[in-house]
Write a protein that binds this ligand. Structure first.
Ligand code: AMP
Ligand code: MG
Length: 397
């Protein structure tokens, strides 16, 4: 390419995310059974339909009594309370607790009327019959007040939040049997490269297993997409065109490989000729030659073939665009120096240890095990250097 390109080149990570997000369809909402909603994104705020706890209840096993009755209890000067019944989870005590009395109570059981404090079973001397002795005052702090977690009507989960296992549990606890979630994006996926083989096939020298496609499929699932796996395509203009055509019904197509400067890197010219190119190359390392374009109505994101680049560009650019969630980052002290080139941000593989982050060592974009062993990406903005002892921004990977 000697003449001036007809598309933007060397965009920033933020521009790349936004340009991809702008090409994606608006997702409608659908109601799904909460049991099937793990990993999905809420399409609306979720209010609590009930309060939790639904009644003031005990936080432990012991007795429920009136605190005022127990204030004089001390080691060697025990206070005696008459046991008049029991309250257990799901089966409350039917009466009320009068002065000098108590009921046996268990975790999660409603606090009976009249009682306002709990004495844990470990602190009781029990005569085995109908009385207990307390060596210290009962505590009003050992109850869980009604609505202390949330009250009916309160909005507890927000539109756009992903239903992680703990949020899914919370949605159930709020009382929802059906939850409104965003329709899943249908993401088509294929990998390219004459050297690329399926798992289990024998490898000839120079060949490589299709780690990108299977890693990316897992990342797409994790990002809440429905994955249309179109397999692997050799480096042939005809096969690549046909494969892109086959992705026609999807909302977005993700590809791996063939976006660089090599003679057999056909993706860019193919899009340029038969579709359009929105940008080529992102100012980040690893991952430079990523490509965004379109083929008829279909947005196409071409990830680099190098295994680290492909997964890192997905994590840093594609995933946030698909999900609307920016990657979670934290600031840590650097144990080793990190730097970025003048014209691109660096995403170093780093190891978090003892509250600091250090350089993993091997930063080659083909060293896939580095992603598995490092666990973190250290983000250095373009042109910046970080000395050991400085704080850096870190993304868990
Ligand atoms: P490319 O971007 O197609 O030039 O590929 C760059 C490097 O990534 C080459 O070493 C390829 O063998 C390797 N590579 C390409 N595609 C894959 C893939 N699907 N899985 C693993 N490695 C790949
Ligand atoms: Mg290739």
């Amino acid at each position: 390419m000697t003449e001036r390109p007809s598309f933007p080149m060397n965009v920033t990570v933020e521009q790349a995310r936004q340009m991809l997000a702008d090409l994606l369809p608006v997702r409608s909402a659908e109601q799904v059974p909460v049991q099937q909603a793990a990993g999905r994104y809420l399409a609306a705020d979720l209010p609590a339909l009930v309060s939790h706890p639904s009644a003031t209840e005990s936080a432990l096993d012991g007795i429920a009594c009136r605190e005022a009755d127990t204030l004089d209890a001390a080691p060697g000067r025990p206070v005696r309370l008459q046991v008049v019944g029991e309250s257990r989870a799901g089966v409350p005590f039917s009466g009320s607790v009068e002065t000098g009395c108590c009921v046996r109570i268990y975790t999660g059981a409603p606090l009976p009327p009249g009682a306002d404090a709990i004495c844990p079973v470990e602190q009781l001397q029990d005569d085995g019959l109908d009385a207990v002795w307390l060596q210290r005052p009962a505590s009003p702090g050992d109850v869980r007040p009604e609505g202390g977690d949330f009250r009916a009507g309160e909005v507890v989960l927000r539109a756009g939040q992903r239903l992680t296992p703990s949020r899914l549990a919370l949605a159930v606890s709020l009382g929802h049997a059906l939850v409104p979630v965003r329709a899943q994006l249908r993401a088509a996926l294929f990998s390219t490269g004459d050297e690329v083989r399926e798992p289990g096939e024998p490898l000839a020298p120079g060949q490589v297993y299709d780690s990108n496609r299977h890693g990316l499929a897992a990342m797409l699932h994790e990002a809440g997409c429905e994955v249309l796996d179109l397999g692997h395509a050799p480096d042939s203009l005809e096969v690549l065109s046909a494969r892109i055509e086959a992705a026609g019904g999807a909302d977005v197509l993700i590809t791996s490989g063939g976006v660089s400067m090599g003679k057999y890197d056909f993706m860019r010219d193919l899009l340029l000729e038969h579709g359009r190119v929105s940008f080529w190359k992102v100012r980040m390392r690893p991952g430079g030659p990523a490509l965004l374009g379109g083929w008829r109505g279909l947005p196409v994101f071409g990830l680099p073939g190098n295994p680290v680049s492909s997964l890192v560009v997905f994590q840093v650019i594609v995933r946030p665009a698909l999900t609307g969630e920016l990657p979670f980052t934290l600031r840590l002290r650097a144990a080793t120096p990190f730097r970025a080139l003048a014209d691109r941000a660096a995403y170093w593989r780093g190891v978090i240890e003892g509250g600091t982050v250090r350089d993993y060592g091997q930063q080659g974009s083909g060293v896939l095990r580095s992603l598995s062993e490092a666990g973190a990406l250290v983000i250095v903005p373009e042109g910046q250097a970080v000395a050991a002892g400085d704080e850096v921004e870190v993304m868990l990977f």
